[in-house]
Design a binder for this molecule. Structure first.
Ligand SMILES: Cc1cc2nc3c(=O)[nH]c(=O)nc-3n(C[C@H](O)[C@H](O)[C@H](O)COP(=O)(O)OP(=O)(O)OC[C@H]3O[C@@H](n4cnc5c(N)ncnc54)[C@H](O)[C@@H]3O)c2cc1C
Length: 370
């Protein structure tokens, strides 16, 4: 009998396993043959304290101490490295930039047109009106964070099994009996649903009502920077209305049209039209001749209606715990989300530092969606 059986080993499930295995018997089941095959392995790897709604921002800020000083042995290299995020607006987008500044005056500073062009010389002088800079935005080492959670969970005694797709979840007197596609059965007191885009599907296996999760496809691609330009020191560039972004990635640029196309949960791929839209938007703003797409992909960012994560026990299904709806922020919120999940799954209150960031149990609870 396990105390917690976690479905899905993306960054959410891995983080929960790491925290819960501290004092409980944990089993983590992943359908794929590799960890991070779905959304976790497809992100833009940004840490930004001004991205997302207030719940996301609170969880992000509460994650920073872990990222900056992870436990001994968690990772061989720093988990965050300086990047900076430059929000760029045309003259007609000045209001959008002003609203951002007004909302986060401590984290953002206005940047003149001249400074924008000095920071990213490829931007077109006749395109840029002005900008806003989040100097403290960071690149996140997603692989190191994810592997750190998985390695740490194992070291604390968690069992982790790849190639184990959960096919049935049946309530028992003490919790749940969980059967995989290959016919193995595991007994657990609590099921933690960290199945990413499939979280409502997994709930359905247990007869639990869905939370109305919508997977949204987002496209990304790697392109070369302008010939002769060293892009490595550029900040990430984001359109003031988030219609595109590009950021340095191992000497090249990772670009996205920032699309949000509702989809069924599936193994997402980049649609040619979204790739073309991305190139068109990037080239309108910047002189970056795109000769070829080095690589393109898409991933599902899954949201509920209010775009906050869903962390907590289901009100109707005893012992069924939700850890879903991380949207486009599951990496930067992962450490605080994992600690929150562990505390609530143990039926304790929110950790004090997370509550101090303005996050509440109610804002995360699945009950708010019913
Ligand atoms: C293009 C893009 C850019 C992004 N940029 C950022 C960013 O800059 N910063 C940021 O913080 N976030 C970003 N995100 C979002 C972030 O990647 C996600 O929020 C996060 O990875 C979600 O993690 P997860 O563990 O919930 O989901 P996943 O990584 O998808 O993990 C869920 C796992 O559950 C497994 N599973 C499903 N059903 C079953 C079953 N029945 N049995 C067993 N296993 C099952 C799946 O196989 C999968 O591995 C981005 C996402 C995309 C697509």
């Amino acid at each position: 009998m396990f105390d917690y059986l976690i479905v899905g080993s993306g960054i959410a499930g891995a983080g929960a396993a790491y925290e819960l295995a501290d004092d409980a018997r944990v089993l983590l089941l992943e359908r794929e043959d590799a960890h991070g095959y779905h959304t976790t392995g497809r992100s833009a790897a940004l840490y930004s304290e001004v991205y997302g709604n207030t719940v996301i921002r609170g969880l992000t800020r509460a994650s920073r101490p872990f990222f900056e000083a992870p436990p001994e042995g968690f990772a061989a290299h720093p988990l965050l490295s300086p990047r900076g995020c430059l929000y760029v607006g045309r003259p007609d987008q000045a209001d959008a930039l002003a609203a951002m500044l007004a909302a986060e005056p401590a984290a953002l500073r206005p940047v003149s047109r001249e400074e924008v062009l000095a920071l990213v010389p490829a931007l077109r002088p006749d395109y840029v009106g002005s900008g806003v800079l989040e100097g403290a935005a960071m690149d996140a080492d997603v692989e190191a964070i994810h592997q750190g959670f998985l390695r740490g969970a194992k070291a604390r005694g968690a069992e982790i099994r790849l190639g184990h797709e959960v096919a049935a979840i049946t309530p028992t007197a003490e919790g749940y009996s969980v059967r995989t596609v290959s016919g193995e059965t595991f007994e657990t007191r609590v099921v933690v649903n960290a199945a990413g885009a499939w979280a409502d599907v997994v709930a359905g296996l247990a007869g639990v009502r869905p939370i109305g999760l919508t997977p949204m496809r987002r496209t990304a691609m790697i392109i070369d920077g302008p010939p002769g330009a060293d892009v490595r020191a550029w900040p990430m560039v984001i359109d003031a209305d988030e219609e595109f972004y590009f950021k340095p990635d191992a000497g090249r640029l990772l670009a996205s049209p920032a699309d949000e196309t509702p989809a069924e949960p599936h193994d997402a791929w980049a649609d040619e039209m979204d790739v073309a839209i991305c190139i068109e938007r990037v080239q309108t703003a910047a002189d970056i001749p795109v000769q070829r797409i080095v690589r393109s992909w898409a991933g599902l960012r899954s949201f509920v209606a209010d775009r906050s994560p869903v962390i907590g026990f289901d009100a109707q299904a005893s012992g069924f715990f939700w850890l879903a709806g991380q949207g486009g922020y599951g990496v930067q919120t992962a450490p605080a989300a994992a600690r929150t999940a562990a505390a609530l799954a143990r039926r304790q209150g929110l950790p004090a530092d997370i509550a101090a960031e303005g996050v509440t149990v109610e804002a995360l609870s699945p009950a708010r969606l019913r």
